[in-house]
Design a protein around this ligand. Structure first.
Ligand code: 5GP
Ligand code: MG
Length: 456
């Protein structure tokens, strides 16, 4: 997962706008971040490991002059966690320099790598660089080259690219990762992974960039090109709605908040239980918890307070602190929990390492019963398209029954939202979403791709 943004803002410092747009997308990746800016001539860039606020300061931003910028915040899936894999990538081509930033994961990287010239040297270990090199090596205008990438590359890719004088944005033919377009009131455009970033920089939401679409923004204005996507089935990632996206974003014109709220309501219908209060595990499950409470008629309480400044820390806790695990992130509101039969709504159970600690924390705080309710079906299959859940081994639901998972979490009861309930909550049909992690069918993973066998 990653967050990307592109800004074309005549007369303004695009890098500053890109910084604030990325700041709104920090939840999509905390490993590294970077911004590249173009002033019509030179492209300058800065990228480092770490969080946005720690990487950029006034001096660095002032050096990134120009009215065009792209930015990236990274959460690694393919390629190791080192600074050469940070983006934007800077490339030299016969068309001039360009900068490139990618969210997603390709599924035919090896094949594409083999199609590159034997003399091509790859600096990074990521699929993104292979895609950038394809653009360098293909022929024709930038638009022609991007179109050829769209026919060759399989998998998930939402991309922003800036040349010395233009901004491009495009999305794979399946539309797996989100990407939307906004307009700046003072003139110009902003492209971002999620619509929450548009409001932050004062841009008005215009629309989604369509799957297989290329958008070009230059001195002449905005042009859109729709490539042939008939071969591809629409497949927006369901996990974006379940967990990844911010609730104040909308994806495919459906508010993420309202989708999660609807998931919570459905979950209450599918798995009611006698209890006193409903709470959610902050932050991603809050809308679902409020929906559950509304449907059940039970009061919604805050049972856990999350440290607002928790992010990735590079200071490792000592052994005694490590064993307290979730305490670094959450403290219970004892007064709300003591003696209560508590329904705890969370969005997903992936590896099953955090959830048992949360249940234990609530019991220590005095909860009399703990009923776990999850606003997604069991996550049983790995993701090849950009979410960091790579193998069957690490997924608890791939290897255990619901009753086993209940026992391991220590909850009194456990209920998962049904697949149909989930799909209805996002207001889509089955054929319009990628449900790979839930059902093991992927929209665009070629037969040659190494698919780990599901355990019996
Ligand atoms: P688990 O019990 O599987 O260890 O943790 C479940 C929790 O992890 C849920 O609260 C869910 O919101 C959260 N979660 C799901 N996917 C991810 C992810 O990709 N990264 C992080 N940091 N948390 C996740
Ligand atoms: Mg969570």
């Amino acid at each position: 997962m990653c967050g990307i943004t592109g800004v074309f803002a005549p007369g303004r410092d695009a890098a500053r706008l890109a910084f604030f747009a990325l700041y709104a997308l920090q939840h999509r990746g905390q490993e590294s971040a970077g911004i590249a800016a173009a002033d019509g001539g030179t492209i300058r860039s800065h990228k480092e490991m770490g969080l946005l606020g720690a990487i950029f300061d006034e001096d660095i931003l002032s050096d990134l002059s120009g009215h065009i910028a792209i930015g990236h915040t990274r959460y690694s899936t393919t390629g190791s966690s080192i600074v050469v894999n940070a983006q934007p990538l800077l490339e030299r081509s016969d068309l001039g320099d360009f900068a490139f930033a990618h969210n997603g994961n390709l599924t035919n990287t090896d094949e594409l790598r083999e199609s590159l010239a034997p003399t091509t040297v790859l600096q990074a270990t990521s699929d993104s660089e292979v895609m950038a090199k394809l653009i360098v090596e293909s022929k024709g205008t930038m638009l022609d080259r991007i179109e050829s990438v769209l026919t060759l590359a399989r998998g998930a890719y939402s991309v922003v690219l800036c040349t010395q004088s233009e901004l491009y944005a495009f999305r794979d033919p399946w539309g797996v990762r989100p990407l939307c377009l906004g307009r700046l009131a003072e003139g110009g455009y902003v492209v971002a992974s999620e619509s929450c970033a548009l409001g932050t920089v004062g841009a008005q939401y215009v629309r989604e960039i369509e799957r297989g679409e290329i958008v070009r923004i230059g001195p002449h204005g905005l042009d859109c090109y729709q490539t042939d996507v008939e071969r591809a089935q629409p497949a927006l990632c369901m996990f974006e709605y379940i967990y990844f996206a911010r609730p104040d974003s909308k994806l495919n014109d459906r508010s993420v908040y309202m989708a999660r709220y609807a998931m919570g309501r459905r979950l209450a219908k599918e798995h009611p239980v006698e209890a006193d209060v409903v709470m959610a595990v902050p932050d991603s499950a809050v809308a679902g918890g409020i929906g559950y409470a509304a449907e059940s008629g039970l009061p919604y309480i805050e049972g856990l307070i999350k440290n607002r400044y928790i992010g990735r820390t590079f200071i490792s806790p000592d052994q005694r602190m490590r064993s307290r695990g979730v305490h670094l992130k959450f403290n219970p509101v004892v007064e709300n929990l003591r003696g209560q039969r508590v329904i705890v709504v969370d969005d997903s159970i992936v590896r099953g390492t955090t959830t048992p600690r949360i249940v234990a924390l609530l019991r220590e705080a005095g909860a009399r019963e703990v009923h776990l309710r999850i606003t997604s079906p069991p996550i049983k299959h790995p993701c090849y398209l950009g979410v960091d859940m790579a193998t069957y081994d690490e997924l608890i639901a791939a290897n255990h029954s619901v009753e086993d998972i209940r026992r391991k979490t220590g909850a009194d009861s456990l209920g998962y939202l049904s697949l149909d309930g989930l799909i209805a909550s996002v207001g889509r049909t089955r054929g319009e979403m990628c449900l790979g992690c839930l059902i093991g069918e992927y929209p665009n993973v070629p037969a040659t791709h190494e698919v780990h066998a599901a355990p019996a």
